[in-house]
Each structure stands twice: as structure tokens, then as C-alpha cells.
Design a binder for this molecule. Sequence first.
Ligand code: ZN
Length: 435
Amino acid sequence: MLLTTNDTPPQSTAESAISVDRNAAAPRRCRFCKAPNLHSMVDLGMSPLCESYLKRSQLNDMEPFYPLHAYVCGECFLVQLDAYVTAEHIFSDYAYFSSYSDSWVEHARQYAVKMTDRFRLNANSHVVEIASNDGYLLQHFVALNVPALGVEPAANVAEVAVRKGVPTLVRFFGVETARHMVQDGQSADLLLGNNVLAQVPDLNDFVQGMKILLKPTGVITVEFPHLMKLMDENQFDTIYHEHFSYFSFVTTVRLFAAHGLTVFDVEELWTHGGSLRVYARHADDASKPVSDAVHALLASEEAAGFRTLQCYANFAEQVKETKRKLLAFLIEARRAGKTVVGYGAPGKGNTLLNYCGIRTDFLDYTVDRSPHKQGKFLPGTHIPIYHPEKIRETRPDFVLILPWNFKDEILKQLAYIREWGGKCVVPIPEVTICD
Ligand SMILES: [Zn+2]
């Protein structure tokens, strides 16, 4: 008897709640717990790598597109993408310079002051930041006279940090780098990684490296967008190939625990549409008790169902509806003869525009403060990126704010568009005209 390809194993009740495409190129095993049961969460179609801005000379070349499909692990509930892109590729000519956002630099300054105060850091302490970018954060520790060292794989970005007086090691972080740093006497009193956990292909190697580099009574802090916020507020555009993993608090606590680290405190932050700052220490360091905030957030995620597959099942429809609303606005505006341009060229904008099929038919151009992006074109959509002055020159009716997480800052910068009756629009959590 011949077996047909329709022979599939019986599905459990939990599985049938989620649309599982068994033919899709699903990651074989969970990036963290290695369980083989990954379930489709949302399929954003084919998309180019969101940081691959194009030069004019590349516009006629073939452009690689990869599936942008998020899965959730039925065992540990880590939300994850297949790794189509290597970390080496992401960081080889990294165009993201943190210092181009005023509110991000101010966030970093407040963090440095707070940590120095809370953990009594001084001239004898050692702060290490993983993925330290252009020194936007560590420069504040240097100013406070607390010795700091950055670890940053992108050489062009690290160079900027060094010029600011922030010593920087050009390397990827993991167990091997951590061992090498410990041998060099660079163990950390404060070890931080902001918005880097998502970009780590080998999560276990990364967190184990943190464990190795941390002094016995040292503190780790990591910040990352909170999965609960992503889902509550339709922030599907923060899903892109360069972000391999998306974390709930329950899964984060489990990840750290698997490497002998205890999460002892957590704060909810406004950054990136709603992030968590998680504090961890060695499991045997009894000097820092686990805070009430940890218990409260675990309870809140449990209650919201973050340990059940059902919780992830409804997200795909929510995403489609967000797309329909944005397109309805754009179609109506263009039919009425209005001009619409973009503001910003963030990675999230590229997910949004590619998924929604928005090209120069809807958005004439976008602008960005980073000179590294000006003169280039958005991947996939080929929307040109100009200097922000272009808005003043062309007086558009609507400006679509792509980095909506910096909405307040950008609304202030763009207050002048009211002179000609221009209005700002944010696409997420749903398309809204700002008055
Ligand atoms: Zn897992």
C-alpha cells in the first residue's frame, strides 16, 4: 500500500486551536528548549531583510525575500522565527546608530544614573554592555566615572563609540567571548544588554556567556520589547528577520533559570512600544530578594493565558485587520488627491510597508535623521529616503510616522506641518490621525 502525503498524525486539542501549516518551513526545534512542537502564530508573507537599505545603483538588482513567519513553542512559549539571516550579516554594515534618537539617549542617561545609585557603582566597578552600539549608553557611565566596556560586533559602529571615549571590544558575545573576557579580568558588576536578546541566534550560548561574565554578586539587566504589549497593541511590525525571538516574562524567567540565573526584579518601560527591563543575578546570590513586581507580572501573564497556545491563536486575524484599516485610510487619502509621505526608516517600517504592499503608489518618500540612510531606498518597497527638510519643501497633507514608538518626540519635531494644514498619522495599534 502506498502512503500519501496527507497522512498526518492526530492533532491534540491544543494544536487544533492554531492554524498549523505542516508544509511550511517550520523551524525544526525551539531555539531555547529544543522541543519539536512549534505552532504557527502569524505569517507576514515574504519580506526582504529590513535593514538592507538599497543604494540607487542596486535598484535594478534581484532582491532576496524570505518568509517572515512567527511560531510559538508549545513547550516554553518562546515566539520565534526561522533564522534565515546570520548575525554576521545583520551586523556587517549596521546602519542603526542609537544616538540619532534624542529620547533614546535620554533613556540611557537615566538608566546610568539609576543603576549607579541603586547598585552603588563607583570607580572600582566594571560595567559591560553587550551590543553597545555607538556608545549611546556607556558614555553616561564614563561621565559618572564608572569604568565601562562595550562589546559590539559592528566595527563601523564600535569605531564611533571609541571616538566618544567608550572602550569597545569588536566581537560577538557568547560563552567563548565571556571566557576570554574573564581571563582578561573583565568580569562585570553590572552586565547589560538592551534590545539584543531578540537578535541572538543561539540564546543558550548567549545567556550562559552572561552567567560566566557576571561577578558573584553582580547584576544583569536586559531590556526587550514585551511580547504581551506586542500582541495587545498589534505591534506586528516589530517582527522582522533580524529579531529571531520575542519574549514574554514567563519565558524569560525560564530562560535565565535554565542557566543558573534568578530574575529578581522587573520594570515595565515605554521604550519600543512597551519593553521590560529584567534584573537577574546568580541563583545562589541571596543578597537580592525576588521583588513583588516579579510575582505580580508572572501572575498577570498567567492570567492572560501566556502559558496556553490559545492566547497566541487570535493574533493573526488582529494583524490582518490592522493592515486593512491602514490600507483603507491610504486609499481614501490618495483618491481624495492628498499627498502622503513617511517619517523615519526604521526596521519596523519595512515590515509594515512590505506586509501591507505600500510602495510609492501610496507613500511618495520617507525621511530619516540618520545620514547613513539618506539617499538610500527602503528594501522591497524602494521608497526613497530623504533628509527631514524634504517635508518642509514639499508640504505633504499627511506624514505617516513609521517609528511610532517615538511618536511624541516626532510630533514635536513635525509641529510645523500645521502651517499648511498637514497632519501626522500613526499606523499602530491602528491607523490614527493625530490632531
Ligand atoms: Zn521552547
